[in-house]
Structure formats: C-alpha cells, structure tokens
Design a protein around this ligand. Structure first.
Ligand code: ISL
Ligand code: CA
Length: 557
C-alpha cells in the first residue's frame, strides 16, 4: 500500500458552534478555536476537519450555505479564518474544510435567481419539476421528514430538497453548476487548505427521470434513485482532474449506504476520485426496521463482522476512515461503551479500537474527554432540525411523547452538539453568555481541566495512542486478522506488517471474561504497548482474565 501523509494522520473534528465562544454571544467562533490551538497540539492530532463556517441562515447549523466564499458573521471574518489556518500550519497541523455541494441554502444568490422565473439563467442550477396529479412530482421523503419537494408560488413548480426545504438540491447535470463548484474549491485550495470533507457526496447524481420510490408510505426513501447515481464517478473523476489532482490534499467523502464494493469505486487508488469515504454500516447497527429512531439492541458479533468486513475488503485497494461518532451521531461512550460506572475504562477501550485498525482515525470534539449523551427534559431545549421535525411527525402519528423522547435520548444529533466542556466553571468555560444549546450537566466532572491534570485521564490515553501511531508503522499499514469471531464479549485481532505484529484484546463487557489466545497465534514474547489497566507482572497472554472493558495492545515477537 502506497505511503501518504493522510494515511499516517489522526483527524480531529471541530463543530465550531459548540467548541469555544470568544465574545459571550453563546455561539462558538473562529477566534475561540484559535485560542485552543495549543490544546489541540498537546493532544497531538495532525489534521483539523472544520464543519461549515460559511455564510448561512443556519436552518441546519451551517449545512445550508448562502455564500461559499464568505464566513458566517456569528463565527467571525475571513481574516479570523486566515489566522486560524496560519496558526494551524505554524503548529504543523493541517486544515480540511467541509464542502457542502449536494445542496445550497435557499438564500444563496443562485437560488434567489433560480426561483424568479422558468427562463432565469439560474433556473437549471436546481432541480425543478411540474406537479404530478395535483401533488408533488414524486413520492420521495426528505431525510428531515415530510416530502422532498416544495412548491414555489412564483412559478407553481416544485424544487427538490433531500434535506430541509431551506436546502434545495443543486443540479449536477448542469455543467455550469459543476464549473462554479470547481472554481470555488480552487479558491479555497489556493488559500492553502489541505483538503475537503465532502458532505453527502454520493447523492449528487440523481437518475434524471426521478422515479417514484418503492414503499407504501405517503413519502418513501428514494435512495436507489439518488445514491451512487449514474454519473457519480464521472463527476468525481472530473472534479479530481480539474481541481484536486493539482494539489497535495486529502479528501473524505461522506457516503451513507455504500457497500465495500461501491466504496472501492470511490477510493481505489487507480481511479482518481477520493482519498477515503465515511461509510455508515456500523452507525446503522442499532437501527430497527423503521429507521434510526427505532432503536434496537446491537450485538458484538455483528459489530465485529461489520468492522472486519471493511478492514479485509478494502485492504490493498483503498483506505478506510475510522470513526465511532461525529456531529450527527450519539456519543460513542454512551452508545458502545458504558457512560456510568465504567465511563473511563470503556472510553479508553473504544479509543484503543479506533486507533489500532487500518485506516485514518477521526476524533470528534469532546470524545477525548469521554463526553456523553445528554437528556434534556423538554423539547424546548433541543435545537436540531432533524430531531424537531421527527418529534412533530411522530407525535402527529400517535406515538407517545415518552417514547419519542427515549429515541431522542439515544439517537438525537444534539447529543453530540452540546458545548465542549473546558472546565468546571459556569457553562463549562464554553461561554460567558447563554449557550445556544445547553451544556451537559456533567461538565463539573467531565472537562478538559480535570483531564489535563489527571495523568490517567482519557485525554492522556488518546495522546499516547496518537504517539504510538507515529512510532509503529504496523499500526498504520498492517494487515488485519480477526480472532475469536464467535466470542460475544471479546473483540481481538492481530495486525501484521512484515516481521512486526500486534495483538489487540478488547473486553466489551462490564463483567470480567476469560481470554484464550487461539493456538494458531504463535509467539515468543509479548510486550505491552498500551492498555487501560496495568497487566500484572508475568501475566501470560495465552490465557488472561480480562477486567471490565479492559483493552491491551501487545507487540508479539
Ligand atoms: O444525521 C443523519 C442520520 O440521522 C444522517 O442521515 C445525515 O443527515 C446524513 O449522514 C447527512 O449528513 C450530512 O448532511 C446533512 C447535515 O445535516 C449533516 O449534519 C451532515 O453531516 C445535510 O447537509
Ligand atoms: Ca461567539
């Protein structure tokens, strides 16, 4: 596998609204991020992925962009942004920006023009259709509830919005749209950024006839007609040829619902498309038949099967991205670990997994502290459009409020978006004003200040994991092999690169369990590289009593 800097990097995701407020308006901002660069450097991360900071009316917290080349007033100015980039580069860190071009805001100048008349030069920048049988042009559901179409009074036609009605989908069939996007990307790259995270990039090519989705609901998920669509690879290869190939950058495409076969088309090194993709197979592990809000218990056997499938199928073909949470997902320690009695142990165990697989690890802000999900008593405290729309839709359909709140507590996106917990002072040191979204009440125990002071903290464990990646090539490039496939409590695997070999042992259970190393793994000596418990002197790796959520990484010789 070819060696490149982004394979050897660890990425840290910043959700700017919730990271650090600098002026007391309750909203995180770019000067706030700048004031925390030393913290990020101490953690040791190589790349920052900055969620959208562009001009936006904030219907979807910046994922609805009204000017791709301007900074949102709430976040600061372009000069602030330039200072941020410089501050990162000075510290040897890189910056990747969020590229949101499946849709824009309805307040973008292109859409303001587009909706004026059917013959406006910008009309074909978006996807307009006539009504069918007095209703919407087709039966597609929006990801954020209801129809994916909205009728516009001026012309009587409907426009497509796969997300909120303030996020009209851009028409990638129009080569002027593609040209505009490429020029805009070039403008940012010439400013010196190091790459892009591409929002729902596998949605940009729709089947032009926009056929009805299967299903008997009023509105149905139409993914088969717009995910990995007919021209997607042509578009991405064009983008790569025209823009990306001219710079030494990394790209990560957000591609919900891809299989490893599909993913390899995006990331195979001979195809000239993307560096890696975010796939969501693991994130769907606890979704019931009705979708993400119908939470069902997950099993470790399935967890291991999914992780292993991606490790094995992309090996030698393309690069994996590794994440257990982000700004759209619940906190990983609450979902896959134990956010009560074993919060620290399980957060470290999950981190061990994330940092010892083949791929580039992504840390979501606060994960390095073991931040947890939140339970607000009232819907008034929630801000996320997806959550609010779902609440209203489910309530109308007759579900009980208690039932809906339970779904929100385990799956709502605001779980990840509560402000960063810096210290034990009012509003966790995030703001001196009123935070836009309330701070998780557990900030008095879980915060940066406490983590920096405690040598045994989750933060310091992450720091050591990141350091280890720099010292052992096998962590980056080694082949993965699953052990004990049928074990319901233990996740164990080896990583091998020439004569270097690692053994990773993880107990996913809150009970002690016995680990027995399969006979096929032969070794003479085992040296502990990192673990969340101290191994007793002379302990044998052949047979070990694992403690709750124990993680050990051993170098075998
Ligand atoms: O959040 C989700 C599941 O609840 C996903 O369906 C999510 O909407 C999807 O992965 C796309 O996410 C991205 O695009 C959205 C934006 O709201 C998300 O924050 C972003 O990550 C629209 O731009
Ligand atoms: Ca602010």
């Amino acid at each position: 596998m070819k060696k490149t800097w982004w394979k050897e990097s660890v990425v840290y995701q910043i959700y700017p609204r919730s990271f650090q407020d600098s002026n007391g308006d309750g909203i995180g901002d770019i000067p706030g991020i700048i004031s925390r660069l030393d913290y990020l450097q101490k953690l040791g991360v190589d790349v920052i992925w900055l969620c959208p900071v562009y001009e936006s009316p904030n219907d979807d917290n910046g994922y609805d962009i009204s000017n791709y080349q301007g900074i949102m007033d709430d976040f600061g100015t372009i000069e602030d942004w330039e200072e941020l980039l410089e501050g990162l580069h000075q510290r040897g860190m890189k910056l990747i920006m969020d590229l949101v071009v499946n849709h824009s805001s309805d307040e973008h100048a292109w859409f303001v023009e587009s909706r004026k008349s059917k013959d406006n030069p910008y009309r074909d920048y978006y996807i307009w259709r006539d009504s069918k049988n007095g209703g919407e042009p087709n039966n597609w559901a929006s990801f954020f509830s209801g129809s994916a179409w909205k009728r516009d009074e001026t012309t009587g036609q409907y426009f497509l919005h796969l997300f909120s009605s303030k996020q009209p989908d851009l028409n990638w069939e129009n080569d002027k749209v593609r040209r505009e996007v490429y020029d805009m990307m070039t403008w940012w790259l010439d400013k010196g950024i190091d790459g892009f995270r591409m929002d729902v990039i596998n949605l940009i090519s729709k089947i032009p006839e926009l056929p009805d989705a299967a299903g008997d609901g009023k509105y149905n998920f139409g993914g088969e007609h717009f995910m990995n669509g007919p021209r997607i690879h042509e578009f991405l290869q064009e983008m790569n040829r025209e823009v990306l190939s001219k710079y030494d950058v990394m790209t990560v495409g957000e591609t919900p619902c891809v299989t490893p076969e599909e993913a390899s088309l995006y990331v195979r090194e001979d195809r000239g498309e993307l560096s890696m993709v975010f796939q969501f197979e693991l994130m769907d592990i606890d979704a019931g038949p009705g979708g993400k809000w119908n939470v069902t218990p997950w099993k470790l056997i399935d967890f291991k099967r999914i992780m292993s499938k991606w490790q094995v199928e992309l090996d030698g073909k393309g690069w994996n991205s590794l994440f257990l949470n982000n700004h759209d997902q619940p906190r990983m320690v609450s979902r896959f670990g134990n956010d009560g009695a074993y919060r620290k142990e399980s957060a470290k165990m999950l981190a061990t997994l994330l940092h010892t697989l083949q791929g580039t690890p992504y840390i979501y802000q606060g994960e390095e502290l073991g931040m947890t999900n939140v339970k607000f008593a009232s819907m008034d405290d929630y801000r996320d459009i997806e959550t609010i729309n779902m609440f209203n839709e489910y309530l109308e359909s007759g579900r009980s409020e208690a039932d809906i709140m339970a779904s929100i507590y385990s799956k709502g996106r605001d779980n990840a978006r509560t402000p960063m917990q810096w210290d034990g002072k009012a509003h966790s040191g995030f703001t001196t004003g009123t935070p836009w979204l309330q701070v998780n009440p557990n900030y008095t125990e879980i915060n940066v200040k406490e983590s920096l002071e405690d040598p045994d903290s989750i933060f310091h464990y992450y720091r050591r994991l990141i350091e280890l990646r720099k010292q052992h090539e096998v962590i980056v490039y080694g082949h993965y092999e699953l052990l004990l496939e049928e074990d319901e409590h233990i996740y164990a695997y080896t990583r091998t690169l020439e004569d270097e070999r690692l053994l990773v042992i993880l107990n996913f259970d809150e009970e002690p369990v016995t680990f027995e190393l399969p006979e096929t793994v032969v070794y003479e000596s085992a040296e502990v590289l990192i673990g969340n418990y101290v191994l007793p002197a002379g302990a044998s790796v052949r047979r070990m009593e694992l403690r709750p959520y124990e993680a050990q990484v051993l170098k075998l010789k």
